[in-house]
Design a protein around this ligand. Structure first.
Ligand code: 9YT
Length: 139
């Protein structure tokens, strides 16, 4: 059994800090669950375009307000505590946090992220099993 607290993860290699968001990775690929779970803060007033071509992601908002633009449909959806969105079609999206509040999101990735991925120029994380995902390539 794995029992872990957010305070165990903060300021370790499980915390990824970027200009728009900070992601605390409570469960990663190396935990062997088949998915990863992140507690992510989206900074106030930021706008982040993403398209996880190599992952499915579900995101549950537990604090704050903002919106998500589904780039494929052009529809913008409000986000508040209690809203979940699931990128079941690897959907390209733009996530905005309102200027006066952060968004706090619980994110689940399948396949799990290894922990040290950064968004590439398309807003994706590299596929699992690649050197870019922090894993050795098969020889
Ligand atoms: C909600 C979202 O997609 N934020 C970007 C960071 C990412 N979810 C992560 O790695 O936690």
């Amino acid at each position: 059994m794995i029992v872990r607290k957010l305070t165990d993860v903060a300021h370790t290699d499980r915390e990824i800090d970027t200009p728009n968001w900070v992601s605390r990775r409570l469960l990663l690929a190396r935990d062997g669950m088949g998915f990863s779970v992140h507690d992510t803060i989206i900074r106030p007033g930021t706008s982040t375009r993403m398209e996880y071509r190599n992952h499915l992601e579900a995101v549950y908002c537990i604090e704050g307000r903002g919106s998500i633009l589904d780039v494929g449909t052009g529809i913008r959806h409000p986000i508040e505590a209690g809203t979940i969105y699931a990128l079941d079609k690897n959907d390209e999206h733009v996530l905005d946090a309102d200027p006066d509040t952060h968004l706090r999101m619980v994110c689940v990735f399948n396949p799990p992220v290894a922990g040290d991925e950064v968004h590439d120029e398309t807003g994706a994380y590299p596929a699992a099993g690649t050197a870019a995902a922090g894993e050795p390539s098969p020889s």
